[in-house]
Write a protein that binds this ligand. Sequence first.
Ligand code: HEC
Length: 159
Amino acid sequence: MRTRLLRWLMYGALAVTLAAPAPRADEADPARPLLSDLMLLTQLRQVKLWYAEKADNWPLAAYELDQLKSTVERMVTLYPEARSVSQRTLIRDRTDPAIEDLRRAIAARDNAGFESAYGRVTEACNACHAAANVGFIIVRPPTKSPFANQLFEPQTEKQ
Ligand code: HEC
């Protein structure tokens, strides 16, 4: 009698285990950054890029643009879609071409070209936020650097 009860309990436990849903991607990899984490990194790098250009620190601007671009690439790889918006398409059609214009402006040390391309990157940020129903997140070129602990001006004698 007792063995039959034990066997019944074991089958029950097995059935519950088999019926449990497969873990979702986030549960399977808790180290995976959330989309909003990557957006925050993008936001910070967008600010650094601006102040590097304002200080005519072109090597720093080139570096920050690479950082920004690689964060955007990770965003597309991890989240090709978000909130029923194709991030892959929007970024390919709007953000990437503006980033390439930024790269050209930095190589040519062209402040006006930089600012126009920067404006287009920023418009693409807001266009996607609107499409993804988070249009209350509005970014713009910064007016004040939050990075008091980093020098943006080139230190010619040390570079
Ligand atoms: C292709 C779509 C897309 C593009 C392009 C995009 N975003 Fe986002 N962004 C989103 C989505 C979707 C969210 C909401 C994420 C969430 O909460 O899950 C978001 C959220 C954010 C947030 C809020 C994060 C927080 O925790 O406060 C910031 C800031 C942000 N984006 C900045 C930017 C900046 C800066 C750019 C451009 C350089 C940009 N985004 C470009 C889709 C986009």
